[in-house]
Design a binder for this molecule. Structure first.
Ligand code: AMP
Length: 420
């Protein structure tokens, strides 16, 4: 099946061909047709499945079909994090490069001036994080009365970050008659509830089951004491074939400590997390993408949705306390069909998390016993039995995730306006 046969117009088909896409991914196959027909969509899909194009292409086509001389916001895309918002903005630029449509991205943590200017000049597509958008709406800079399409991306994550009340406030400012496209990697009951109140007779396009990690990823587990994790990390990074690795830390401080340790050991790396300025994060990501840095240390929130090609290894320096997060993390090393490798370290305190993960993915991770820093805790006991009867170590929704600042710091960037 080609993009053309999905009903996409020539300028979009040309743009995806130029982006190197040969054929639609399953989520694109399932979503693009109904979305072009104007249907509401509930898409259950992880990042890495091509879901951005699954909504961006139909949005672009719809807006292009009725574009007027003076642009006004006709599509609103809400995203939980600034990184993801920026990336979605880039995708609109890539896919829409042969169309005469304008988009901009607004998020907190950077100067609002350029964003306000772009809004004033007129845009067709607005990609925004909820906090900054609400702030600019309240101050009268954003007119959403012309919105025809609403996209909610990573709705489950918006829920985790406590954004749901903001999302509801934003939705209340939109025209009632509109197309809604909702994407979420998981479908907790709150998201189902939101979908029911927002969507009209939606088409369900659940192509990816979150409990099934990307099959091509080779997964291994190292039992190790906490104090030895940095040394083991160093050994792992020196293994053959480790070209570009994304190291996950549960906390921002942990991420900083890993970077400091690697630095002292002569390995160049950078951390991305919520305490870093947007500019620092962008710089780190760019250096990583260009290959100047071979190791990027990230927290889950900062890494969520970031699209980095060619990550050879995901290394879980800490196991995540939410098992679905493990699936998200390892998905970063097998994007759009390429295979990858995910190694995880587990100390004695993390065995419960391991049990949750193995229960979710329905298999036991392959243990590596041969390494220089074997754990003092009972490494070979089957972790999946560690918590008989189950129960989850998940925190309550909304816990833990830093909320984006509304008024925002002021350090430039954002708001670039682009079109043809
Ligand atoms: P996403 O899930 O939207 O973050 O996309 C993940 C990655 O897959 C991005 O690097 C996209 O550029 C890429 N991608 C999206 N659709 C396709 C496709 N049909 N063929 C090849 N790569 C794709």
């Amino acid at each position: 099946m080609s993009f053309e046969r999905l009903g996409l117009v020539a300028p979009l088909v040309r743009a995806v061909a130029e982006a190197g896409y040969r054929e639609p991914t399953p989520i694109q196959l399932a979503a693009i047709g109904p979305a072009l027909a104007g249907r509401d969509i509930v898409g259950c899909a992880q990042t890495g499945t091509g879901k951005t194009a699954a909504f961006a292409l139909p949005v672009l086509q719809r807006l292009d079909a009725s574009a007027e001389n003076d642009p006004k916001i006709r599509a609103l895309v809400l995203s939980p994090t600034r990184e993801l918002a920026a990336q979605i903005g880039e995708c609109f630029g890539t896919y829409g490069k042969h169309l005469d449509l304008w988009h901009t991205v607004i998020f907190g943590g950077v100067a609002e001036g350029p964003q306000i200017r772009a809004l004033r000049e007129g845009i067709d597509i607005l990609v925004a994080t909820p906090g900054r958008l609400l702030d600019l709406m309240r101050r009268g800079f954003v007119d959403l009365r012309g919105v025809e399409v609403l996209v909610l991306d990573e709705a489950d994550h918006m829920l985790d970050m406590g954004f749901l009340p903001d999302v509801k406030r934003i939705v209340a400012a939109l025209p009632a008659r509109r197309q809604n496209l909702l994407f979420s990697a998981t479908m907790p009951s709150e998201i189902r509830g939101l979908a029911e109140t927002l969507l009209r007779d939606p088409v369900n396009v659940g192509v990816e089951v979150v409990s099934k990690p990307v099959d091509q990823v080779e997964q291994r587990l190292y039992f190790v004491d906490r104090a030895n994790k940095p040394n083991l990390l160093l050994d792992l990074l020196r293994e053959r074939g480790v070209e570009r690795s994304l190291v996950f830390s549960r906390t921002k401080h942990g991420a900083n400590r890993v970077v400091q340790f690697l630095d002292k050991s002569g390995v160049r790396s950078a951390a991305i997390h919520g305490n870093k300025s947007q500019n620092a994060r962008t710089r780190a990501l760019d250096a990583f993408k260009r290959g100047e840095l071979t190791v990027l240390v990230a927290t889950d929130i900062a890494a969520r949705g970031i699209d980095i090609d060619g990550v050879s290894h995901v290394i879980n320096f800490d196991l995540p306390n939410i098992p679905e997060t493990y699936v998200h993390r390892i998905g970063r090393t097998a994007r759009a069909g390429a295979s990858g490798i995910a190694w995880s370290m587990c100390d004695g305190d993390e065995r419960e998390f391991l049990a949750d993960i193995e229960r979710l993915i329905g298999r036991r991770l392959e243990r590596v016993d041969e390494h220089r820093f074997p754990a003092s805790h009972a490494a070979s006991a089957p972790a999946a039995n560690a918590r008989p009867g189950g129960g989850s170590s998940r925190p309550a929704p909304g816990g833990g995730a830093p909320r984006q600042r509304r008024g925002g710091g002021r350090n430039g960037g954002g708001g670039a306006r682009r079109g043809r």
